[in-house]
Design a protein around this ligand. Structure first.
Ligand code: GAR
Length: 206
């Protein structure tokens, strides 16, 4: 697959996916990185790997209408011959036009067990803080199809881990990042191999 990654942060998941490609576990190619922060770790990694980087911050294009902005993203996706999109800590909503065009070809990772602890403002360390203060005993990762709302869309894969009694948000984040780095590539491989099936709105991995 020709994959475009959308990221706003450190890009550790982006790096883990690149590693899986370098090791030959994945056969896809990363054709572009889309970011809203030119100075983020993910953008730095892309530059280091000579991967095309598109800045798609709404602030950079204040005069464009929402539709024109979506059109800009769609034409960059076309230009790079993208056939699959991976959201990897991208802190903006994906325009509906892009979701429609890439239906069932755009996935997101979330650092908790959705549908709990998701939605606007629930990203990165905020999620782990909310998990710890709620007192739940398990957390984990969710990989799901992206939808027009934050952290919605059919769930593809989940993996859980214990929340220990002496856990804080940072130890939990470390545990969860390790799960993300392992299982995002695992799920991408299932897509590469055509092993993801959607039946009656539910997703099955064969
Ligand atoms: C990841 O933990 C990902 O699950 C989270 O952002 C982090 C990005 O880390 N995404 C969300 O919270 C989405 N709601 P990274 O930049 O090191 O890959």
């Amino acid at each position: 697959m020709n994959i475009s990654v959308f990221a706003s942060g450190n890009g550790t998941n982006f790096k883990a996916i690149l590693d899986s490609i370098d090791k030959g576990y994945l056969s896809s190619k990363i054709t572009a990185l889309f970011t809203d922060r030119a100075d983020c770790g993910a953008a730095e990694t892309a530059r280091g790997k000579k991967i095309k980087c598109f800045l798609i911050s709404r602030k950079e294009f204040p005069t464009l209408t929402r539709k024109e902005f979506s059109g800009k993203i769609l034409s960059a996706l076309k230009e790079t011959e993208t056939d699959f999109i991976i959201l990897s800590g991208f802190m903006n909503l994906i325009p509906d036009e892009v979701i429609q065009e890439f239906r069932y070809r755009i996935i997101n990772i979330h650092p908790a067990l959705l549908p709990s602890f998701g939605g606007k403002g629930m990203y990165g360390i905020n999620v782990h803080k909310a998990v710890i203060s709620s007192g739940v005993k398990v957390s984990g990762i969710t990989i799901h199809f992206a939808d027009k709302n934050y952290d919605e869309g059919s769930i593809i894969f989940q993996k859980c881990c214990d929340v220990e009694s002496d856990e804080d948000e940072y130890t939990l984040q470390k545990k969860i990042k390790a799960l993300e780095h392992k299982y995002y590539s695992f799920v991408i491989k299932k897509f590469e191999d055509g092993k993801v099936e959607i039946r009656n709105g539910k997703v099955f991995i064969n």
